[in-house]
Ligand binder design. Structure first.
Ligand SMILES: N[C@@H](CCC(=O)N[C@@H](CS)C(=O)NCC(=O)O)C(=O)O
Length: 209
């Protein structure tokens, strides 16, 4: 069987989602560095496969796919026959998809501002008001998560699933930038658990860069 090919640099949150999924499901793959300083993703050949010019992208024996959450769910549908991280119950699957969409529309935008502001922008060029607005929005995001994690052990249900991976990678960024953080006991309890998983330990990219 041809090996799965994954394009993407190790410090990309979207690439880390796929790497962690591969780790959970023991999927063999080869990775090609792409994005930012590595280039590749703006080459004509890459753009023909993914017109967005973004990472991650996979080639699974000729089947090209982009969008990190779609890739994660595709890999699980193909390899996770026992429902280890993508349970077969359609109701749970829908909840996982819901939290993936929530990540894209609600959770990541303010965290992206904070991450780029504190990690990838020199001090003199930072916009303090923009960063404070994003911090306030993240507090709203975490309040939603706090309530959910008061009802369930993990993000989508009482089992670790693909819904936890993107949110845990956001939590890693939240807990590792120099900001004031209110206490969220349920989020803390959950984060202490998910950060023990081999996929997090291997790929969460320490230190942030
Ligand atoms: N919605 C896309 C977003 C992909 C994305 O924004 N990727 C970033 C890296 S995290 C990227 O390719 N940036 C350009 C680059 O690295 O050159 C996904 O979930 O895969």
């Amino acid at each position: 069987m041809d090996e799965l090919i994954l394009w993407g640099r190790l410090n990309s949150i979207n690439v880390q989602k796929v790497l962690w999924t591969n780790e959970e499901l023991a999927i063999p793959f080869q990775r090609i560095d792409a994005g930012l300083q590595f280039g590749v993703n703006k080459s004509a050949d890459y753009l023909q496969k993914n017109p967005n010019g973004l990472v991650p992208m996979i080639d699974d024996n000729g089947f090209i796919l982009w969008e990190s959450h779609t890739i994660m769910r595709y890999l699980a549908k193909k390899h996770d026959t026992s429902g280890q991280v993508f349970p077969t119950d359609p109701l749970i699957q829908a909840k996982i998809e819901q939290w993936h969409d929530w990540y894209n529309t609600v959770c990541w935008p303010p965290m992206r501002t904070l991450f780029w502001g504190y990690v990838r922008t020199p001090l003199a060029e930072r916009n303090p008001q923009e960063l404070e607005n994003a911090r306030q929005l993240m507090i709203k995001v975490l309040t939603i998560l706090e309530e959910q994690l008061g009802k369930f052990k993990y993000v989508a249900c009482d089992q670790f699933t693909l819904a936890d991976i993107p949110v845990a990678l956001v939590a890693y960024r939240w807990f590792n930038i120099p900001i004031e953080r209110p206490s969220f006991p349920n989020v803390d309890r959950w984060y202490q658990e998910v950060k023990q998983r081999p996929g997090f330990i291997k790929y969460s990219s320490d230190p942030l860069n």
